[in-house]
Design a protein around this ligand. Structure first.
Ligand SMILES: Nc1nc2c(c(=O)[nH]1)N[C@H]1C(S)=C(S)[C@@H](COP(=O)(O)OP(=O)(O)OC[C@H]3O[C@@H](n4cnc5c(=O)[nH]c(N)nc54)[C@H](O)[C@@H]3O)O[C@H]1N2
Ligand SMILES: Nc1nc2c(c(=O)[nH]1)N[C@H]1C(S)=C(S)[C@@H](COP(=O)(O)OP(=O)(O)OC[C@H]3O[C@@H](n4cnc5c(=O)[nH]c(N)nc54)[C@H](O)[C@@H]3O)O[C@H]1N2
Ligand code: SF4
Ligand SMILES: [Mo]
Length: 755
């Protein structure tokens, strides 16, 4: 049974009772539904179970789904209000084409005519400039079937190498770090291990606002006596309840992890047997971290030396523990190094692969996990296979019934796609489930690129800010209008169920993609009857890969409240089996297709890798001209680029516009009072917002949430520096100067209309 958290916590006062159980709350019309559909929330990666109330082909409200084991009926404010999207007046019900004379710049057209126009443009651009001149941007809010179809559409139908997805802005540092250290990219443990841990280390994760249900697991651990360490430049709501808060200077987490490891070595808080039997690379790392004395660690991180020692002592001496991190350590030009630093202190402790001993990156988007496994990444084929690997290509080519040589090679990351547009190398673009004009850094550059495109088609259910630049807009489907699987935060594959039909001319996204293929006359492999058929092919394509879904069926998923991958369909001898799925990774004695019994990790020798994670400062550090650090992130009531949640009135009421968080000491130095207008200026742009003067942030840092567009967008300021390995943008650090503004910014009419 779900227990409503009993502890008194300030978070409740600030954000409303978003963790309270919503049973019995009637926010809807109260009408009797025709049916209740068990499915999952459309927003974050926790994928809470929810029941949608449906009447007359409309979602009119929700009921909690108490039995779903992850959230046991709990929901956050976004999940509670998501049902208001379907009937929103902005919902796209028709295809549209650009028309300068029409109000709003678009004119409705018939769906078939729009599809023909799209196919014509693709054909023309690819004929004139080659297949790679057409780029694709996809998304991780989509079901896994759709993400698989997008990867296949790019390689088989468009034959372009230039496809990437919005998880590039989200999960890729964690993915690259996990692959380097473990050979597999998934949360290592189910969340049921969190309450069993003695020590929790939470790095760069605003748990209470961004993964609200995880808060309840953290509180359970706390009630069991766990010590909680939080590392963040801001005292986030979860930090207010922790035992040790480490207010790290943005961009310095590797220094902290290295300093902790150095103390673990000095005090011999190490699991020598584990290091000896299950890892490689410790000695080189041990030598490297010697330089990270507590004194130097304190100087670089801005954390008091005694607190660094305290953290090392708790972490070092724990019998069980769970380390989790999110974008706070990953959104950096050395995000992968930060992740490796985190993994190093887990491996040195030997506390992984056992009950109550865990490690996880907290997945962001609805299908942030499944969406990064089956081929919509620029370098990837289904099953988390590598597009440059000849064996991997051969396996997938066979499933796709194409010549392996016909599959294009690796493409470029999502930001590089825009640089290619800028250079004229990409002329045409299709986007599904991505709003780069708001979500990419230095978005003035992104806007210039969108204006350069010869042809752009966007598929969405709302006209997002990027789609306003499109030549053709195709009305796609809301999550509740389609079915398929997604993989949530723990690695559990779950089923999204269809509640209603698409309204008007809107179509399920997979139909739209296949309709374009048909209009192009390139139908090979693009004639699936629906998501189930796509899933069946995905099972075969993923078979034998690290992300093996071959033993998963929709039925198994429904019967078991989800199935954790990997879930092969054959045993080590190749005999068919009914595999239950893998609840916890790296348990001693487990078999995997890479290690083949040599050990629990996903490398041929079965051993995990320590990696030297060297510290370097952020790409753009502060200086006399731009003396303040800007970091960006989220608030509980808004989601990502905001196109969905800025349309939901009760969520807007909770946090109507972005504010610039700053410490009272900084505010008084700048002569700015709470609620007054302040302008932040970086080397790329300016942004004028109301100041929110709070004690809960480092005095050298300001914070702006990024869910707004136009002149309210934090990404006017951010830098497009990227991690060299993962290519994630450095959203969490750039340099700004701040001054008091005379009044509100003069938003021009067009920009204001976008809000
Ligand atoms: N309400 C809400 N929930 C969401 C989302 C949303 O938009 N709104 N989005 C979902 C998605 S896609 C994602 S990726 C997740 C993101 O979830 P989180 O990563 O938890 O959220 P962020 O606000 O991006 O950043 C987390 C924290 O990092 C801190 N931080 C900044 N710089 C540093 C640093 O250098 N080191 C450390 N240790 N911390 C730092 C910030 O102060 C912030 O509190 O949330 C998911 N859930
Ligand atoms: N400054 C700053 N910028 C950031 C971040 C930050 O912390 N700071 N965080 C980054 C992170 S972690 C992320 S994940 C990105 C997110 O950035 P984006 O992915 O660009 O943001 P979304 O709002 O998810 O945009 C997705 C679009 O897809 C549509 N959509 C959603 N579901 C579906 C569907 O099923 N079908 C169709 N057809 N359309 C759909 C929505 O309506 C929306 O218009 O932002 C990044 N940008
Ligand atoms: S946004 Fe995330 S935490 Fe909130 S209800 Fe949806 S899945 Fe659950
Ligand atoms: Mo994300």
């Amino acid at each position: 049974m779900a227990t409503e958290p009993t502890t008194e916590l300030p978070i409740i006062d600030r954000f409303g009772p978003h963790l309270s159980r919503m049973a019995g709350v009637r926010l809807d019309t109260g009408a009797e539904p025709d049916k209740l559909v068990k499915t999952h929330c459309c927003f974050c990666g926790q994928q809470c179970g929810i029941q949608l109330k449906v009447k007359d082909n409309e979602v009119i409200g929700f009921e909690p789904w108490e039995d779903f084991p992850f959230n046991k009926g709990m929901l956050c404010p976004k999940g509670v209000k998501r049902y208001l999207q379907g009937s929103h007046p902005d919902r796209l019900l028709s295809a549209m084409v650009r028309d300068g004379k029409a109000a709003g710049g678009f004119r409705n057209v018939g769906y078939d005519q729009a599809i023909k126009q799209v196919a014509g443009a693709i054909e023309r651009i690819q004929r004139e400039y080659g297949p790679d001149a057409f780029g694709m941007l996809s998304g991780a809010s989509l079901t896994t079937e759709k993400t698989y179809l997008m990867g296949k559409f790019a390689r088989v139908c468009l034959k372009t190498s230039n496809i990437d997805y919005n998880g590039r802005l989200c999960m890729v540092s964690a993915a690259a770090g996990n692959k380097k250290a473990f050979g597999i990219d998934r949360a290592a443990n189910p969340w049921s291990d969190i309450p069993k841990a003695e020590v929790l280390w939470i790095a760069g994760s605003n748990v209470a606002e961004c993964s609200p249900i995880t808060t309840s697991y953290v509180w359970q651990a706390r009630e069991n006596g766990a010590k909680i360490i939080v590392v963040d430049p801001r005292i986030t709501p979860i930090a207010r309840t922790c035992d040790l808060f480490l207010p790290v200077k943005p961009g310095r987490d590797i220094a902290l992890f290295n300093g902790i490891l150095n103390l673990m070595i000095e005090h011999d808080w190490l699991d020598h047997d584990f290091i000896e039997n299950h890892t490689v690379g410790f000695d080189a790392l041990a030598e490297h971290v010697q330089q990270w004395t507590p004194k130097r660690t304190a100087e670089v991180t801005g954390i008091a030396e005694k607190n660094i020692r305290q953290a090392a002592e708790w972490w070092g001496q724990a019998k069980t523990s769970f380390l989790m991190h999110a974008r706070g350590i990953e959104h950096h030009s050395h995000g992968v190094q930060n992740v490796l630093g985190a993994i190093n202190i887990v491996l040195a402790s030997g506390r992984i692969g056992r009950e109550g001993c865990g490690y996880a990156t907290i997945t962001g988007q609805a299908n942030g996990q499944g969406g990064r496994e089956h081929g919509q990444k620029c370098d990837q084929l289904p099953g988390a296979r590598d597009i440059a690997n000849p064996e991997h290509r051969a396996h997938v080519a066979k499933v796709w019934d194409v010549d392996p040589d016909s599959i294009p090679g690796p493409g470029v990351d999502a930001y590089e796609i825009f640089r290619k547009i800028d250079r004229g190398e990409i002329k045409g673009l299709i986007s599904l489930c991505f709003n780069p004009k708001v979500s990419l850094p230095d978005n003035a550059f992104v806007q210039r690129c969108l204006e350069k495109l010869d042809f752009y088609v966007a598929i969405d259910f709302f006209l997002n800010e990027t789609a306003r630049h499109a030549d053709v807009v195709l009305p796609g489907s809301l999550q509740e209008e389609d079915e398929g699987v997604v993989t949530q935060i723990e690695g559990r594959v779950i089923k999204i169920n269809k509640a209603v039909e698409c309204p008007g001319d809107a179509k399920q996204d997979w139909r739209i993609i296949q309709d374009i293929a048909k209009a192009l006359g390139r139908t090979h492999g693009m004639t699936f009857s629906g998501p189930r058929a796509i899933f069946e092919e995905l099972r075969a394509a993923s078979k034998g890969g690290v992300a093996d879904y071959s033993g998963i069926t929709w039925e198994k998923v429904e019967q078991n409240y989800g199935v954790f991958w990997p879930c092969p369909s054959e045993d080590p001898e190749g005999k068919p089996i009914d595999h239950p799925g893998t609840l916890r990774l790296f348990e001693p004695g487990t078999w995997n297709p890479i290690a083949k019994g040599a050990g629990p990790f996903y490398f041929p020798d079965g051993k995990a890798r320590f990696n030297v994670a060297a510290y370097s400062p952020p790409t753009e550090d502060v200086d006399d001209e731009y003396p303040i650090i800007l970091t960006t992130g989220r608030v509980v009531s808004q989601f990502l680029s905001g196109t969905q949640t800025r349309r939901i009135g009760p969520l807007v009421d909770q946090y109507p516009e972005p504010r610039m968080e700053m410490h009272p000491r900084l505010a008084s130095k700048l002569g700015i009072a709470d609620g007054e207008w302040a302008t932040a200026e970086s080397r790329r742009g300016t942004c004028t917002l109301k100041a929110q003067v709070v004690q809960t942030i480092r005095p050298d840092t300001i914070f702006i949430p990024y869910h707004w567009a136009g002149r309210k967008s934090a990404n006017q300021l951010t830098i497009s520096a990227q991690d060299p390995i993962s290519k994630i943008p450095e959203y969490k650090v750039c340099a700004v100067r701040v001054k008091k503004a005379d009044g509100p910014p003069a938003y021009d009419a067009e920009l204001e209309a976008q809000q």
